[in-house]
Ligand binder design. Structure first.
Ligand SMILES: [Zn+2]
Ligand SMILES: [Zn+2]
Length: 242
């Protein structure tokens, strides 16, 4: 009896806290929805052609393989990084409100975007053992109140019935990444992550999660640490991409 009643109480409480209106424009939406049809239409979906490795969209109608300016002359340690949306307009605004304005409930529409990456041919049908969120430095997490990647990883893991674990930790508090160019970012990140104590990823196929991919340096550095610790493969998925 109790196992049935408790979730009902929680969902009733949640619907009082978050009435069924679009999180962007406040239009009425169905109970389980967070965005109305019009706002969802305005979210800029990443469509081909894009880089197979880092999902960087390529303007124009290129059909043959092209080399991506973001991937050229660098080693990216993940197998591939799949992003569903461009971090522009409404997507960018929602992610910012989620991260910097403590709008924790926005994890739901953003996780729904993240979940769309699983339909991509690079991830579809692939077996994963473990979902791993990109960690924040503890000081930054305290300041923000949560790790956005962890909230998204939890929702994704629950929806596809996979385990998730905070396997990595961030040991260096780096300055805001946007102030650096690509080479500096990579240099800046080297050694910033490590495996937490008593975690074991040997032999595992890992799905690494973050909210946004900017250059791919953070995901690559996390993937490098996971592989070094014995992960067989590391695919990355993000809701959005710069
Ligand atoms: Zn709307
Ligand atoms: Zn690329």
């Amino acid at each position: 009896m109790r196992s049935v009643a408790l979730p009902e109480i929680f969902s009733a409480a949640a619907s009082l806290l978050y009435p069924a209106t679009c999180v962007v424009c406040s239009a009425n939406v169905a109970r389980a929805e967070y965005l109305c049809g019009d706002c969802q239409q305005r979210a800029p979906r990443i469509v081909p052609p894009f880089c197979a490795k880092c999902s960087e969209p390529f303007p124009g109608a290129i059909t043959q393989t092209f080399s991506c300016a973001n991937c050229e002359h660098r080693v990216l340690h993940f197998d591939c990084a799949v992003a569903a949306y461009r971090s522009r307009g409404l997507v960018r605004r929602l992610v910012h409100q989620f991260k910097y304005a403590r709008q924790r409930h926005l994890r739901h529409p953003i996780a729904a975007w993240l979940r769309e990456t699983l339909h991509d041919s690079r991830l579809r049908g692939r077996h994963f053992d473990l979902i791993v969120p990109v960690p924040l430095h503890p000081a930054r997490q305290r300041e923000r109140g949560f790790n956005q990647a962890e909230l998204l990883a939890d929702l994704l893991a629950a929806s596809i019935n996979l385990p998730t674990q905070t396997v990595l930790e961030r040991t260096r508090y780096t300055t805001t990444q946007t102030a650096y160019d690509r080479a500096e970012r990579m240099e800046n990140l080297h050694g910033a992550f490590r495996l937490r104590k008593n975690r074991d990823v040997r032999g595992l196929h890992v799905l690494l999660i973050d909210d946004v991919l900017t250059t791919g340096s953070t995901l690559s550095e996390c993937a490098r640490v996971l592989r070094k610790a014995g992960a067989v493969s590391v695919h990355a998925a993000t809701a959005a991409r710069a």
